[in-house]
Design a protein around this ligand. Structure first.
Ligand code: NAD
Length: 494
């Protein structure tokens, strides 16, 4: 039984039924069908881009205060509908209710509220007479139509991280959520209209990546493509946008190092590692993935993390005492299990977990793989599951070398009481965010985005507005002379 039959698209301010195949949203905690709809195809992408193009000029002219008003009201509406949004996020992604209620939904509302303020603070350089004979000023104009492609791990938050700065900057948006988890993004678009967003400024097309995703990233009517997802798909999206020279912003995968020095508060590091590795069942691009721990405390760290992981409660995400939910699908759970099996075969020590528990959904036990080989798949590839790997380091140089020995560079943490060590490590580790004595906290005011294979450009903070703005220089001659002095350089004045 489906809970509801939803139109999978929202175009021009109204729900629209796709013209593609029927598709079901399935709760990975119990296999129940949560919703059914017809997928969007290139036909709906065409209609959505046309709708955004038609709405973009008026929205670009809205005053910063008007844009701020809409975003502020939308933040309030998200909070007012929190219970319903939490229920949908839990049902479609299998998240524990606690995580959705304390992180996903309030985080989304806070982000919208932040961009309500940021819409009114689009600063530029001072206007001045840099040449002496002209007044130069900077205009920061919306880039136009944004095509956004989002993943399934934090459905509402990942949508808001792109949509809020785009709307604040004055852009119109077409977003393609993951077809696994579209429900809260569709609700966001409805709430945006209720908050006063003109019809057509925010459109949703729920289809597969190969169909609606490619149609959107390759559409000539899309001025900038912003993407959150895997590195492999991000590169395809970039290649597609490059064919017409469109701008892109990419938030891709990660394999965060979690560096513990010998002087660290070990209890804090153990708790931080378990929380950092298991958030959202490990399906988090910044999740702690590679513990790199000083030799002298390595075995204590492994024992501490293993003991704590064994206590983690899994089960029905609606249950109050449940800590972590299932993986997004059985296919993904099986991929995680296979990576752990291969690591075991290659000599890694399974200090905790390493198996699927006897539960109806796509669950996998929190797993600690100690002594993983530096060249192993488990240590190199993004697992995106509740799996932490651990290796020992032989001192500061070796710790930083290991931390940087990855193609990714999204996030990292360092654990030490020595301020000089913390400063050196935060300076030398190549990642878009380095936490000192913590791992995961995220705030609307500060940027999120990677180095290297983790992508480029920023989400969150005033930095993310840059992705949606074009800088224009306006240079006005102020002498009023018919024959300008500089003309002499080109031809002698007569
Ligand atoms: P994914 O790359 O498989 O899919 C992401 C989105 O791209 C989905 O909407 C999908 O339908 C779409 N897509 C797939 N193929 C496409 C194509 N050829 N053209 C256009 N669109 C296409 O990622 P996922 O499995 O949904 O999410 C997990 C990944 O997202 C992980 O790698 C994770 O690290 C990453 N992620 C990164 C961040 C970040 O901020 N850096 C945040 C969350 C998730």
């Amino acid at each position: 039984m489906t809970r509801h039959d939803v139109p999978g698209c929202f175009i021009g301010g109204a729900p629209v039924v796709g013209t593609g195949e029927r598709h079901a949203v399935v709760n990975p905690a119990n296999g129940e069908r949560v919703a059914e709809f017809a997928l969007a195809t290139s036909a709906e992408v065409e209609a959505a881009v046309a709708s955004a193009r038609a709405a973009a000029p008026e929205w670009a002219k809205a005053t910063p205060a008007e844009r701020a008003g809409v975003l502020g009201r939308l933040a309030a509406l998200v909070l007012a509908h929190a219970d319903e949004l939490v229920a949908e996020e839990v049902a479609q992604a299998g998240k524990p209710r606690r995580l959705a209620a304390e992180f996903d939904i309030p985080g989304s509302a806070d982000n919208l509220a932040f961009f309500a303020g940021a819409a009114r603070l689009l600063e530029g350089k001072a206007s001045a007479e840099y040449s002496g004979g002209h007044t130069s000023s900077i205009r920061r104009e919306p880039v136009g139509v944004v095509g956004t492609i989002a993943p399934w791990n934090y459905p509402l938050q990942m949508a808001v991280w792109k949509v809020a700065p785009a709307l604040a900057a004055g852009c119109a948006v077409v977003i393609k959520p993951s077809e696994l988890t579209p429900l809260t993004t569709l609700r966001l678009a409805e709430l945006a209209v209720a908050a006063g967003l003109p019809a057509g400024v925010l459109n949703v097309v729920t289809g597969t990546g190969a169909d609606a995703g490619e149609a959107l990233s390759g559409h000539p009517g899309v001025d900038v493509v912003t993407f959150t997802g895997s590195t492999a798909v991000g590169r395809k999206v970039m290649a597609s946008a490059a064919k017409r020279g469109a701008r892109v912003q990419l938030e891709l995968g990660g394999k965060a190092p979690f560096v513990v020095f010998e002087d660290a508060d070990l209890e804090a590091a153990v708790h931080g590692a378990v929380a950092g590795a298991l958030i959202n069942s490990g399906q988090d691009c910044t999740a702690a993935a590679r513990a790199i721990v000083a030799e002298s405390v390595y075995e204590d760290f492994v024992a501490g993390v293993a003991e704590l992981m064994e206590k983690v409660v899994q089960g029905d995400p609606l249950g109050d005492g449940v800590d972590i939910g299932p993986q997004i699908s059985f296919a993904h759970r099986d991929r995680v299990a296979q990576i752990v099996q291969r690591a075991k075969a290659e000599g890694a020590r399974v200090a905790a977990g390493g198996f699927a528990p006897d539960l109806p959904g796509a669950f996998y036990r929190p797993t600690l793989l100690a002594d993983v080989a530096e060249d192993s798949e488990a240590y190199r590839a993004e697992i995106f599951g509740p799996v932490l790997t651990a290796r020992a380091h032989k001192g500061d140089d070796d710790a930083i070398r290991q931390a940087n020995d990855t193609e990714y560079g999204l996030a990292a943490s360092v654990w030490t009481k020595d301020i000089y060590r913390a400063q050196r490590a935060s300076r030398e580790i190549r990642a878009g965010c380095v936490w000192v004595n913590d791992h995961i906290p995220i705030i609307s005011e500060m940027p999120h985005g990677g180095f290297g294979a983790s992508g480029f450009g920023k989400d969150l903070s005033a930095y993310s507005l840059e992705e949606y703005l074009a800088v224009k220089h306006v240079m006005s001659e102020i002498t009023g002379e018919s024959k300008k002095g500089w003309h002499r350089t080109i031809f002698a004045l007569r």
